[in-house]
Design a protein around this ligand. Structure first.
Ligand SMILES: [Zn+2]
Length: 589
């Protein structure tokens, strides 16, 4: 038997064999079984989603000799002739190749004659939007007063281009792009029938690459079969498609979570051996981070449409939500700039290192030190750009807005193990005298490293307690938006800022309760209720925001008062852009 391409061989013959489009099929099946038939149907959707396939099945349903039904027999001469494309009363027109008005006229001239053999005379016009204006008029005239024995099945990828007069006379069905999961299942079914061995991940790759089109997926599968040596493997498909093997993305995200610059660079090195498209790699990372953020907010709404739900959830649990946002932003910005890099590989390395450099770290190791260490190991190019751009005499040639100033943090901040927020870093002014701690009120409320006792716990101690709780990611951010509104022995009540309740669910309530239990080493009866917060009270999130603002102000002051900066501004008649000043001391609350 000669080889038949899969798309033709596995073209569905009944609605039941169709992949996806359940919403459209259900309506059609109901209409057919109740014989509530319209005279014109319009199928819209992108290429390869099944528009003409549905239309051909519908043609069989309408003309099967066994009677109109949603399940044509498939054996009668009408059914077989339609399948073989030689049924005299099914007139197929590809408008993309037939736009002259005479053609359509000639076609529609015969409309009034009864069908030769079938029950209905069926006009299947593909890419109907390509008809010329005159042809549309001819079509419209027929649609206005259709003879009872005629059905129009129209298909188009571009319904916007159809005149409203035509649209309004058709029953319209919008076919959806198929999800990678539906395509993967369909391919799997076919390969099992064909007895061709495969790796499931390979089918996911094709499913994603086909971008919603079954026809494209089957064409890719055909090529993959002729390309592969018996078995269809994911590494072969990845190199054949030129797509990014998703496992590299998982490696990179693992390395980001572990804060491991070496692993990050090693992944890129391995990838580089396959001469990949680094821009595509970056885009794959961006879209994965996007899905990660969604997974953190609505984990229960997650489907397995990309085949990596388990992996995604694990990453979502381990990467703080603010880091996801940060990495996404850096990657997005990096995509704009990557074309400017001398080499794309260097560009993507810089983007990944930048992610680590800006990740909030413990005070023991500042981001700058971290990146410098990595950059020295990695590549000479990286080292130059991540040097701390402190103000010094030989940097006068740099534009003013790129100069950053390091806040002078006291050495003790590094030595103290910070679990509770320490007092704000104290600044030395020019005379060498230490300024006072910025906010004695807060310091009083936050005894450093003090274990709070349950029997003396008061609502006002919430911020201090919050910093002692072992919480991560989105759960931490939810707790940060709470106030402790009632304490009565082991009964503790938190009120969650009602504006934040959309992200709150039961599993987070359990995690927070567990953190309380761990902290007090006893079971706590914790209630979290969304509600309006006392505007006078400060949540940990508000506290943090206020501290950040103060820190920014201090950085700006330090910068403006710096003698070198003053000299620069005077000598070059410069001005300082406040937005460009960033505090370089690590965040410590
Ligand atoms: Zn039949």
């Amino acid at each position: 038997m000669s080889y038949q391409v899969l798309a033709r061989k596995w073209r569905p013959r009944t609605f039941k064999e169709m992949a996806g489009q359940g919403h459209v099929l259900k309506t059609l099946v109901n209409a057919l079984d109740k014989e509530r038939l319209h005279h014109a149907y319009l199928f819209t959707g992108t290429r390869g989603v099944g528009k003409t396939t549905i239309a051909r099945i519908l043609a069989r349903c309408l003309n099967c000799e066994e009677g109109v039904s949603s399940e044509p027999c498939g054996k009668c001469s009408a059914c077989t002739e339609i399948e073989e494309g030689r049924f005299i009363d099914l007139i197929e027109v590809d408008a993309a190749s037939r736009t002259k008005v005479e053609d359509t006229r000639e076609l529609l001239d015969n409309v009034q004659y009864a069908p030769t053999r079938g029950r209905y005379k069926i006009y299947l016009i593909d890419e109907v939007h390509m008809l010329s204006g005159h042809s549309f008029n001819a079509l419209l005239k027929t649609l206005e007063e259709p003879p009872p024995h005629v059905k129009f099945l129209l298909a188009t990828t571009d319904p916007q281009k159809l005149p409203v007069t035509v649209l309004s006379r058709c029953l319209q069905f919008n076919l959806k792009n198929l999800s990678p999961e539906i395509i993967k299942d369909h391919l799997q079914f076919i390969l099992e029938q064909e007895n061709i061995p495969f790796e499931e991940e390979a089918l996911w790759l094709i499913g994603r690459a086909a971008r919603g089109s079954v026809r494209d997926a089957l064409t890719l599968l055909d090529q993959a079969i002729s390309f592969s040596d018996g078995k269809i493997t994911d590494s072969e498909i990845a190199s054949f498609l030129g797509t990014i093997n998703q496992s590299i993305i998982y490696e990179l995200v693992d390395a980001l979570i572990a804060d491991d610059a070496q692993a990050l660079l090693k992944s890129i090195e391995h990838t580089a051996e396959q001469a990949p498209d680094f821009v595509a790699l970056l885009e794959a990372l961006i879209s994965y981070l996007h899905r990660l953020a969604i997974a953190q907010v609505v984990p229960e709404g997650l489907d397995n449409s990309q085949g990596d739900k388990k992996q995604l959830l694990e990453h979502a649990r381990n990467m703080p939500a603010e880091n996801v946002q940060l990495y996404y932003q850096i990657a997005l910005k990096g995509r704009e700039d990557i074309s400017l890099a001398v080499e794309e590989r260097a560009g993507i390395e810089m983007i990944l290192l930048r992610m680590l450099a800006f990740t909030p770290h413990s005070p023991a190791k500042s981001p700058v030190e971290q990146v410098r260490e990595v950059a020295e190991e990695a590549s000479g190019e990286a080292a130059g750009q991540t040097e701390n751009a402190a103000v010094s005499g030989d940097e006068k040639k740099k534009p003013l807005e790129t100069i950053k100033v390091q806040e002078k943090a006291p050495a003790k901040a590094e030595a103290t193990k910070v679990q509770h927020p320490p007092e704000p870093p104290q600044l030395q002014d020019e005379s060498g005298a230490q300024s006072k701690a910025a906010d004695p009120g807060i310091s009083k409320a936050l005894p450093a490293d003090t274990q709070l006792a349950l029997d003396t716990l008061r609502e006002e101690q919430w911020i201090s307690l919050f910093y002692g709780l072992n919480l991560k990611g989105i759960t931490r951010s939810i707790a940060a938006n709470c106030l402790m509104t009632a304490v009565d022995g082991k009964n503790i009540e938190l009120t969650l800022d009602e504006n934040q309740q959309a992200v709150f669910n039961e599993s987070q309530q359990e995690k927070i309760a567990a953190a309380f239990a761990e902290y007090f080493a006893t079971d706590i009866n914790l209630r979290i209720e969304p509600g309006e917060l006392d505007p006078e009270a400060e949540t940990p999130a508000a506290y943090r925001a206020r501290k950040q603002l103060e820190r920014q102000k201090r950085a700006e002051e330090t910068f403006r008062n710096d003698e070198n900066v003053k000299t620069l501004v005077e000598r070059f008649e410069g001005s300082i852009l406040s937005d460009s000043i960033e505090p370089l001391t690590p965040e410590d609350y």
